[in-house]
Design a protein around this ligand. Structure first.
Ligand code: ADP
Ligand code: MG
Length: 350
């Protein structure tokens, strides 16, 4: 029997989060193009409510006959979060379930996908008042570890990397460019990377804050440099069974991806990605890996980028994945939002 990458074992949950409108979107020349129907369904570019125009008490129809038809596309996902949701809500409906998978021995990964300004960093990192799902997930992990401490022992290490222009940098130690190496036993490893041991989720918060200072640009800065880098946060867990001293190693990866707008702009025809002058190589490769996984193609082009090489053992195969597609609510970002929803819809097929 062949036991390679059994597609049926792959589990991906696709989640969409709509952020609240910003100042610009609240102005009256922007309309809302997302209608969240319930916690699984949304409509992209909904038909506007029929608000008949009254003239001498008679409803006048067809005032907008020349207007372009709305697309009125219905999408269904594992979960849809509307603009009132908090990071705690998103955590509870998305990555919380990964903790059991992790402690059962599955590598897990979480991606925040979407155009610049759609809310990826807010979802992953958040702020002091509303910490992101990275914090909540690690806090839950510590609490579950505590619950299991009678029969298992745990050691946790974290790393925080940035991939910018296909260069890998350690955000927690000042180092130069890091290299990926194939290691016969451990798969792909980052040469010279030293995970930092942590004892609780609060230590994580200060590490994340420290790491973000070392990013190419501050992550909340909506300029084009920061939107081109991927932030990869990883937790390595060593689980020791107290009864038989068996050791198991698992990994959780949480990735704040580069903005997807260039992937759209360079003509993502349907769902196929084409190489373009300015397109982010790692984002393109991730899209192609997802496409092949969705099509059930055996060959997955992990080797095509730093990001996909790094995540080879956490994407596809025997892993659990959560994809959070972040979208803005307004018509200003009509094409980006449409493309993000199509990408997310594609990922659902994995
Ligand atoms: P991205 O990382 O995708 O470029 P950000 O997370 O930086 O986008 O979000 C863009 C702006 O919108 C930021 O000012 C952020 O604070 C705000 N924002 C995003 N999502 C939310 C949300 N759910 N609630 C409130 N503000 C949000
Ligand atoms: Mg960001």
């Amino acid at each position: 029997t062949i036991k390679t990458e059994d597609i049926s074992e792959i589990s991906i949950k696709v989640i969409v989060r709509v952020r609240p409108p910003n100042e610009r979107e609240l102005q009256d020349n922007s309309r809302t193009i997302i209608e969240v129907v319930d916690d699984k369904m949304l409509i992209f570019d909904p038909k506007e409510q029929e608000t008949p125009f009254f003239f001498h008490n008679v409803a006048q129809k067809g005032r907008d006959m020349l207007k372009k038809q709305n697309k009125q596309l219905q999408f269904i996902f594992d979960r849809v979060f509307d603009s009132t949701s908090t990071n705690t809500n998103v955590f509870e409906g998305s990555t919380k379930r990964l903790i059991n998978s992790l402690l059962d021995g599955y590598n897990c990964s979480v991606f925040a996908y979407g155009a610049t300004g759609a809310g990826k960093t807010h979802t992953m990192l958040g702020n002091r008042e509303d910490p992101g799902i990275t914090y909540h997930t690690v806090a839950e992990l510590f609490s579950e570890i505590e619950n299991q401490s009678k029969h298992r022992e745990f050691a946790l290490g974290v790393s925080y990397l940035e991939i910018y222009n296909e260069n890998v940098q350690d955000l927690l130690h000042k180092s130069g460019q890091l290299h990926l190496r194939e290691d016969g036993r451990c798969g792909v490893v980052v040469a010279g990377l030293e995970p930092i041991a942590i004892q609780n989720a609060e230590e994580l918060l200060s590490l994340l804050a420290e790491g973000n200072k070392n990013r190419t640009q501050h992550p909340t800065d909506a300029n084009k440099e920061s939107s081109r880098s991927h932030a990869v946060f990883q937790v390595y867990i060593k689980i020791i069974n107290k009864l038989d001293s068996q050791v198991q190693r698992v990994k959780l990866s949480m990735i704040d991806l580069a903005g997807s707008e260039r992937a759209s702009a360079t003509g993502c025809k349907g769902v196929r990605f084409k190489e373009g002058a300015n397109i982010n190589k790692s984002l393109l490769a991730l899209g192609n890996c997802i496409n092949n996984l969705a099509d059930g193609i055996k060959y997955i082009p992990y080797r095509d980028s730093k990001l996909t090489r790094l995540l080879k053992d956490s994407l596809g195969g025997n892993c659990h994945t959560v994809m959070i597609a972040n979208i803005a609510p307004g018509s200003i970002t009509y094409e980006d939002t449409h493309n993000t929803l199509r990408y997310a819809n594609r990922a659902k097929k994995i």
